[in-house]
Design a binder for this molecule. Structure first.
Ligand SMILES: Cc1cc2nc3c(=O)[nH]c(=O)nc-3n(C[C@H](O)[C@H](O)[C@H](O)COP(=O)(O)OP(=O)(O)OC[C@H]3O[C@@H](n4cnc5c(N)ncnc54)[C@H](O)[C@@H]3O)c2cc1C
Length: 434
């Protein structure tokens, strides 16, 4: 079958990044032809809302970010349910599973990420093993008869998965984390401890420092073994991380970065001048450290998609990297963490200010009088203020630089979190941009 016409902008991936790219290109150029290819059968939906669908808080129809009409109104040709199986950069051609070919002038790859599955571990192929990345994944969980669940991993997906299963009516939910405390990349021990206490109040058992060693069962899951015990269960939800989906790109000769994501320049361009990439599948720069980073979050996916789309429409936009923000809010439990942890600051001169209340906890990490990291459980006040402050002080991306006219505020012994935040608010008014 011959390729019919050359599409001005072809986008692989129907997620946050791909859709933002399509809409940004359309806003920049009303006349260009734009086609989006997605392998799922659904229009764009919100992955962060999947736990709410699992818990029963959101019905399916509320999961969608846009419907088919929105694509039509924006003159975006949407092709669903057809997986792209090859990119041929030398021919500017893409092939799909159904045998279709698409020729493009510019291509954007936004294939996102997929959940890590421990396929080599005994029992992980049995019915009863689940992940949570797509609507279909959640529907498979909902269709499976189960009363007792084990959730493996304590990152955002594990955490929200536990609460959602409990809300769904599971009698027993156990979270198993192989590392010593929950989400150790984002949280210090004290924050994780406060979080674990709060999770337990939701009726979830939390076990840290014991990795799952096997999944038990003959013809379906009946339990998991950890290094310390056997936990009976019908269902396992694996929340052990996401990996950038780079297979297509790699097979097409597109370069990957040192962490394994698609390498892009500050215009989101790959090593092929008319192929761009954005979203979870790319490797970019951590704005706080200047180091290569994989930040698999909604905000950078949208921002990167917008930059890629605008550049494909002839504008000249740059992307200066992203900041990791751990933020979840589910069933009355909330956690936020960003900036540096104690692990990052070890061997440096820093101070911690904590505030412990019966239902909440927060801690600020202060280095040389400057807010370097913030972590909080069940209290999300001033999150934007703190994130803004950390980004302004530590941003090494070459974007805006900020000057703080007053002297550095090194908190004295006994300074409370509220006092420190009040000082920040007062100072904020006099910040000037250089
Ligand atoms: C349960 C869950 C909760 C989350 N919660 C949060 C949160 O609270 N905050 C936050 O910031 N982030 C959260 N995230 C992460 C956030 O959803 C992602 O960072 C974001 O969706 C990335 O968008 P993307 O477009 O790059 O990738 P994706 O959303 O993965 O989209 C990629 C799209 O490409 C399609 N595709 C892939 N390969 C092909 C192919 N070969 N052919 C055709 N189509 C293809 C896929 O079907 C998919 O539609 C969460 C993720 C999950 C799964």
């Amino acid at each position: 079958m011959a390729a019919e016409k050359i599409i001005d902008l072809l986008i692989i991936g129907n997620g946050a990044a791909g859709n933002c790219a399509a809409l940004a290109a359309r806003r920049a150029d009303a006349g260009m032809s734009i086609t989006v290819l997605g392998m799922e059968k659904h229009c764009e939906y919100s992955n962060p809302a999947l736990p709410d669908y699992l818990s029963g808080e959101l019905p399916l129809e509320k999961m969608f970010v846009r419907d088919e009409n929105s694509y039509k109104e924006n003159k975006i040709d949407l092709k669903l349910n057809d997986k792209v199986i090859a990119i041929e950069p030398e021919k500017n051609l893409v092939r799909t599973e159904s045998g279709k070919k698409y020729s493009y002038k510019n291509l954007i790859i936004s294939t996102g990420s997929f959940p890590i599955q421990l396929r080599r571990m005994k029992g992980t192929g049995l019915p009863g093993n689940f992940v949570m990345k797509t609507i279909d994944d959640v529907e498979a969980i909902l269709a499976y008869p189960g009363k007792r669940a084990v959730v493996v991993g304590s990152g955002a997906i594990g955490l929200e998965g536990c609460i959602a299963l409990k809300q769904r009516g599971y009698e027993a939910v156990t979270m198993v984390e192989g590392l010593d405390w929950m989400s150790p990349k984002s949280l210090d021990f004290e924050t994780a401890d406060a979080l674990a206490e709060s999770v337990r109040k939701h009726g979830v058992e939390v076990l840290c420092g014991e990795a799952v060693s096997s999944v038990e069962g003959e013809d379906k899951v009946t339990g998991v073994k950890t290094e310390k015990r056997f936990i009976p269960c019908d269902l396992i939800l694996w929340g052990v991380g996401m990996r950038a989906d780079t297979e297509l790109a790699k097979n097409a000769g597109i370069e990957l970065g040192e962490l394994g994501g698609i390498r892009v320049d500050d215009h989101m361009r790959t090593n092929f001048p008319n192929i761009y990439a954005c979203g979870d599948c790319i490797e970019s720069t951590d704005r706080l450290s200047g180091k290569p980073a994989m930040h698999l979050f909604w905000e950078p996916a949208q921002r990167g998609g917008t930059v890629a789309g605008e550049n494909c429409a002839g504008l000249d936009r740059t992307y200066t990297g992203s900041t990791a923000v751990f933020l979840t809010h589910k069933g009355g439990l909330s956690v936020a963490a960003f900036g540096k942890t104690e692990m990052d600051l070890k061997d440096r001169d820093y101070r911690v200010i904590e505030e412990r209340r019966p239902e909440s906890y927060r801690r600020l990490l202060i280095e040389e009088g400057r807010l370097a990291g913030a972590q909080m459980v069940n209290i999300l006040e001033d999150v934007d203020l703190m994130l803004d402050e950390i980004q302004k002080h530590y941003d090494v991306s070459g974007g805006s630089r900020w000057v703080f006219p007053d002297e550095i505020f090194v908190p004295e012994e006994g300074t409370t979190v509220v006092e420190y935040l009040n000082h920040m608010k007062k100072n904020r008014r006099v910040m000037v941009k250089r």
